[in-house]
Design a protein around this ligand. Structure first.
Ligand SMILES: Nc1ncnc2c1ncn2[C@@H]1O[C@H](COP(=O)(O)OP(=O)(O)OP(=O)(O)O)[C@@H](O)[C@H]1O
Length: 987
């Protein structure tokens, strides 16, 4: 290694360095450092927050890197002793942590990129494995099986999809020939399903005559001769689309075929569906063997060739179509000047060249394969997503790598364009925006605007606006155009500054990509770009007796081809590619991205490391661009306001930097504050350990208050039972009924007084107090609403723990009743109303009388959610009847006046826009749009949404602990002083 005087770090010291940002910005030093790490088996290195991975290329063993002890190191990154060593697990753990803790966006995506064969798919699988394990770890035992099942399905779906999309190429034996975004759906912090998006499948590979997709070889080697015979296939025959089969891989294909069959089973493919899939694959294999010959002025299927004759026969059997129909489909074009459906105006024109017929055959094969793949993907996605709602997702994006072979066609152009687009996005968002942010915050010196991003933009502009547009126009042209002339004219019309990106040489064109020049052949460029699928396919296959083929064609028309039918009708392969990439980038803009860049150091012929190639790979994936930014040691950045909202205990107020500093000072030591925190103009910069410390503080704080709320709830639930007892008792006093039947009626037939005392283990008694008493009573400390309540009437009900339950209850109730009875003689219903008003309606909204007209379903949902634990037999319309009687039947109030009064109070409380359409007649309403139940309870307005019951104001922010089934629903009755920040905001 070229050691220099100025080199600040000795090689020995390198052992402890895990981030390239710590090294001097010298490309040679960086290469040496990385190669030494590789030889020590350290294939992962940080470049700031970006992970650089080296493909070990069989130089070192890496199995120890993915064992359970390594998994355990990353399982809980919130742990204060956690050290983020560079590892693919660390990236997955961070994305998972951000998602679960709602730090950042609701969608986190791990973007894995690099050249072909550098290890993208390998690392994507490791991410999935890690997330699967962490999921298993985090679910409760009861849910464990279910969580395990879904992960098993996701892994199997990925395996199944990979057999249809991977093929052997010059550089990688199992190269992915499509881009894949696996979206793991999270619900309450647990994976509840997934969807897999596939884009840009290299469907030309099916008819290239080179190595085909794995599924074909798995089928030939994996099926027994008898099974193959069902599809007229044989291991010993030669099939054009499969080219020469590499028999050395026989065992590998046999084993992976079993995995594929298992995956199909796990994903709920029925046996006839599995048979249909293989039948279509066999059909494509046979179709590939059909040959053509010129016959006078027209072209026809070559019957003199036995292979071709046999292939046609098998095609007819497998597709359930006649020979004539197949011949018509392959050798003629349906000319229809008016409409496809008006048969009398259409006629068939014979194709005149063998090439034209072959192209037509190949486009049908490619189309059918594409359809089959998307049908399988669609089925798998249906099984994986289980129609569950989800609000968060974590994605793993594995996009096929940059390619440059000796001969490159439109397939490589597509792959390289996709990489070019992703790279531009990376440079724009990760490098440039980052740099600007750091400059604005005075972190790094303001330098001249970087030209890198402009170079990327300019190059993409040339590719999209000049090359692609011209090629697309040429494909639509009715006259035959010479492709070379087109390319030459495109190159000629470029501005001087653009000429370096696209040039023509010896009948080929060269694009100067971000990772170097690639020469593309113009052979078949237009025909492949047109990729015209004959319109007649649908017409002809819809007459087939094979039900699956018919449904496959329908599927294509209904779902998969909707884009083609829509705004980009008749568009070409390149147009569709651009559309797909634009859509993907648009989606990524809404997500937080975690970048993983893969490289593969190779050895040259003399067994030395190929440093030049390695340096080129590092440059191409933007490592050298990201290096200066990696020197900023604060990966976490929060806007002042966001910081305050997340970590402050107090409600929102005017926020300034000093308030944030105060929070930090109360949690972080002075030394850490100086070395690990930087206060910028708009942002607060934190190191990862400090961020995790803050998070851990926040979590403990929330847990503490969640527990307080739970304790409070448990206590008061008992109080509630006593209230029922109290109401029943009053009713009995005035109606002369016996207590037990009344309570039984109220709570359901199996409920006895014994149950009440069983629940009431703390010997809670009920007492009625005057307001004056109430103010001085210590026992009310835990019933804060009563204290704070402005509308509290002169009576209130409180709870006390006393030794002797039975007598006390009766005594206190009797005493109070007689006291009031004497005073109010004939006016007891009013008094009762006051009791009810104060106690039931203010503090315990769960007891709602029928005047609050919830519809059947709303009431049931409401009751079910709120009361099911306590009133298992409660039914709408029946159980509240008694209370309704007490107010309605006996109340002397003028109902209209009462109504008016209530509405007046009600409107004074109406400050929520989304609940404007309150039902004037009733006292509750359901807002369909926002899914909110509004309940007017006397002068109090309650909102019920997402299992949160809140008062006066809607729950403004989602609070995790508040939405869990085990959490308190009625936490609006806690005093503000003991509520955590989130709940304060909510109530
Ligand atoms: N960390 C690693 N440990 C062991 N083997 C690895 C590692 N990374 C990659 N490989 C091996 O390198 C080979 C190529 O990897 P992979 O197929 O993941 O590349 P890729 O970048 O996805 O290529 P393509 O873009 O062509 O799909 C595989 O055989 C894989 O097993």
């Amino acid at each position: 290694m070229p050691a220099t005087e100025e080199q600040p770090i000795s090689q020995a010291g390198w052992d402890f360095i895990t981030d390239l940002g710590t090294l001097p910005e010298d490309e040679n030093i960086i290469i040496d450092f990385l190669l030494q790490r590789l030889q020590r088996g350290q294939i992962y290195t940080w470049v700031g927050s970006l992970l650089l991975t080296l493909n070990p290329n069989n130089e070192v063993s890496t199995s120890h890197l993915y064992n359970s002890s390594e998994f355990n190191k990353h399982i809980d990154i919130s742990h204060t002793t956690y050290e983020a060593n560079p590892h693919i697990f660390a990236v997955a753990a961070k994305a998972h942590y951000n998602l679960i803790k709602e730090h950042g966006q609701n969608a986190q995506v791990i973007v894995i990129s690099g050249e072909t064969g550098t290890g993208k798919t390998f690392n994507a699988c490791k991410c999935l494995e890690f997330l699967s394990n962490i999921n298993k770890w985090s679910v409760q035992l009861s849910q464990g099986d279910c969580a395990h099942n879904i992960m098993l399905r996701i892994t199997d779906a990925c395996r199944l999809i990979s057999t249809f999309t991977t093929a052997c190429t010059e550089k990688n034996e199992i190269s992915s020939r499509h881009g894949q975004l696996v979206k793991l759906h999270y619900k309450s912090g647990i994976i509840s399903g997934a969807t897999i998006n596939s884009f840009l499948l290299e469907r030309n590979r099916v008819t290239r005559g080179s190595s085909n997709f794995q599924i074909f070889y798995q089928m030939i080697f994996g099926m027994s001769p008898t099974e193959l015979e069902i599809f007229n296939l044989s291991k010993d025959k030669y099939y054009d689309i499969l080219n020469v089969i590499d028999c050395n891989k026989k065992k590998y294909f046999q084993e992976s075929f079993q995995d594929t069959l298992n995956a199909l089973d796990i994903l709920d493919f029925k046996s006839d569906q599995k048979k249909n899939i293989f039948q279509v694959l066999a059909l494509l294999i046979h179709m590939g063997n059909i040959k053509f010959r010129e016959d006078g002025e027209i072209c026809a299927i070559d019957f003199s060739n036995n292979k071709s004759k046999e292939a046609l026969k098998s095609t007819c059997i497998l597709s359930s179509l006649t020979e004539d129909t197949i011949m018509e489909l392959l050798t003629t074009i349906l000319i229809n000047p008016q409409s496809t459906w008006r048969k009398h105006t259409s006629y068939h024109r014979h194709l005149v060249s063998v090439d034209a017929c072959r192209n037509r055959l190949h486009s049908i094969i490619r189309y059918m394969y594409d359809l089959l793949f998307h049908w399988i993907l669609n089925h798998a996605n249906k099984t994986l997503s289980l129609k569950q709602q989800y609000s968060q997702w974590l994605g793993i994006l594995d996009i096929f790598g940059f390619e440059s072979f000796t001969k490159n066609g439109i397939e490589q152009l597509c792959v390289n364009y996709a990489n070019e687009k992703m790279q531009q996005y990376f440079i724009e968002t990760c490098v440039e925006n980052n740099r600007n942010e750091l400059q604005e915050e005075g972190f790094i010196k303001i330098c001249n605007p970087s030209h890198t991003i402009n170079l990327y933009k300019e190059r993409l502009n040339v590719i999209e606006e000049n090359l692609f547009l011209t090629l697309n126009d040429a494909c639509q042209s009715p006259v035959v155009i010479d492709i070379l002339t087109i390319i030459q004219s495109v190159c000629k019309n470029l501005h001087n500054a653009q000429k370096k990106f696209l040039s023509e040489k010896e009948g080929n064109f060269i694009i100067e990509h971000y990772s170097g020049p690639v020469t593309y052949s113009i052979e078949d460029l237009l025909s492949k770009n047109t990729d015209k699928v004959p319109n007649e396919i649908s017409l002809i296959f819809s007459t087939s007796k094979n039900k699956f083929l018919r449904s496959l064609i329908n599927f294509g028309e209904e779902q998969y081809l909707h884009i083609v039918k829509g705004s980009i009708t008749k568009k070409t392969m390149l147009a569709k590619l651009k559309y797909n990439m634009d859509t993907l980038i648009k989606e990524l803009r809404k997500c937080d991205l975690h970048y993983v860049r893969c490289v593969k150091p190779n050895r040259s012929i003399n067994n030395e490391w190929d440093r030049k190639n390695f340096q080129k790979q590092l440059a191409c994936i933007g490592i050298f661009d990201a290096l200066p930014l990696a020197k900023c040691k604060y990966p976490i950045r929060l806007r002042h306001q966001d910081f305050y909202v997340r970590y402050s205990r107090k409600p929102m107020e005017m926020i300034d930097l000093d308030k944030c500093k105060l929070i930090l000072e109360s949690i972080v030591s002075k030394k850490d504050l100086q070395t690990q925190v930087h206060f910028g103009k708009q942002l607060i910069f934190l190191t990862e350990p400090i961020f995790l410390k803050l998070e851990s503080y926040r979590r403990n704080y929330r847990i503490k208050y969640a527990n307080k709320i739970k304790t409070f709830w448990i206590k008061h639930s008992k109080y509630n039972i006593l209230h029922i007892l109290f109401c029943s008792f009053l009713k009995i006093l005035f109606t002369g009924r016996k207590i037990i039947p009344a309570i039984s009626k109220y709570l359901g037939t199996n409920f006895s007084i014994q149950n009440i005392y069983n629940i009431n283990k703390d010997n809670t008694t009920v007492k009625i107090m005057l307001e004056s008493e109430l103010k001085t009573s210590n026992s009310l400390e835990e019933a804060p609403v009563a204290q704070n309540n402005k509308e509290t009437s002169h009576l209130n009900l409180v709870m006390e723990n006393k030794e002797n339950k039975n007598k006390n209850i009766n005594k206190s109730l009797n005493e109070t009743y007689s006291e009031y009875k004497n005073e109010n003689k004939n006016n007891w219903p009013k008094m009762l109303n006051i009791f009810g008003k104060v106690y039931v309606l203010k503090n315990w909204p769960k007891i709602i009388n029928l005047r609050y007209q919830l519809s059947d379903i709303q009431t049931k949902t409401y009751l079910k959610t709120i009361n099911s634990d306590y009133f298992p037999k409660l039914e709408h319309g029946k159980d509240f009847h008694m209370y309704n009687d007490m107010i309605d039947d006996n109340c002397n109030d003028n109902n209209n006046n009462l109504l008016k009064q209530r509405l007046a109070l009600h409107s004074s409380l109406m400050n929520i826009d989304s609940v404007k359409n309150i039902n004037e007649k009733g006292y509750s309403m359901y807002c369909e749009k926002d899914k909110i139940v509004t309940i007017e309870i006397d002068s109090c307005l309650l909102f019920y949404k997402n299992r949160i019951l809140s008062r006066r104001q809607l729950a403004a922010i989602p609070i995790r602990m508040h939405t869990r089934a085990t959490c308190l629903i009625n936490s609006h009755i806690l005093p503000r002083s003991v509520l955590p920040q989130g709940l304060q905001d909510c109530l």
